[in-house]
Design a protein around this ligand. Structure first.
Ligand code: MG
Length: 236
């Protein structure tokens, strides 16, 4: 499967639960970009950890570094001893390995559904760990693809946030904030996991494949409608 068809898997996962998830699309905060994050304000609000989306939040689609216009704030947050950090991305394996090189200091979580239950790959410091009851179904990274019985687990699966929080040793999800550019993946996963969330505008929309861009436009309009009708909340 090519890297550009991941949105199909996301759509397959999201559509059946579309209406229920539509009601969980309200972020805790809306910001234009991560450059507007105020570390002091978040620390005062009890935030101890950031769970980051990557593409469209920290950089252009599939770029190889945090965008220079965002790097100063991102690096400042990484260096702030008040916060821990992890990454949860809906990417595929080649991009996952690439993210490990871009963010060697952060745990990066990727999820799968297997016949034995959920399984997770966590990449940190160049070392991969496999977790969860289905982990035996995942070949070691770089040694081949899993069989057809293994399917990606993508945001908005709350388990991805749970595993990320476990990796950084935070047992209170409400003290974590998910930062992302997509309502139906990033914000809903935060709400389902009981975390707080910051919705940023998609960074560099023209860098995304056409279908992803169309879905982003649709998503924005739909969530705006849900909000206008008073139907979008962060709670259940
Ligand atoms: Mg994104």
């Amino acid at each position: 499967m090519s890297a550009d068809t991941g949105w199909i898997d996301t759509a397959r996962r999201v559509l059946p639960r579309f209406l229920r998830l539509s009601r969980r699309t309200a972020p805790t905060w809306h910001l234009t970009s991560i450059a507007d994050i105020d570390p002091d304000r978040l620390a005062e609000d009890g935030v101890e950890a950031f769970i980051w989306d990557v593409d469209g939040t920290l950089m252009s689609h599939h770029a190889d570094r945090v965008d220079p216009s965002l790097a100063a704030r991102f690096d400042q947050l990484l260096a702030d001893p008040r916060f821990r950090h992890a990454i949860v991305s809906n990417c595929q394996l080649p991009r996952f390995a690439g993210l490990g090189e871009i963010f060697p200091q952060l745990p990066i979580v990727l999820g799968f559904e297997t016949p034995a239950g959920p399984a997770f790959r966590v990449l940190e410091g160049g070392v991969e760990s496999r977790l969860g009851p289905g982990r035996e179904h995942l070949p070691v990274l770089g040694t081949g693809d899993p069989g057809p019985e293994v399917a990606p687990m993508r945001k908005p699966a709350a388990e991805l946030v749970d595993v990320a929080l476990g990796q950084i040793g935070l047992d209170r999800p409400d003290n974590a904030v998910m930062v992302g550019d997509q309502y139906f993946t990033d914000i809903v996963s935060a709400n389902l996991a009981g975390a707080r969330s910051i919705k940023v505008r998609t960074f560099d929309p023209p860098s995304f494949p056409g279908p992803v861009r169309y879905s982003q436009v649709f998503e924005r309009g739909w969530v705006r409608l849900m909000r206008a009708l008073g139907l979008a909340t962060s709670g259940g």
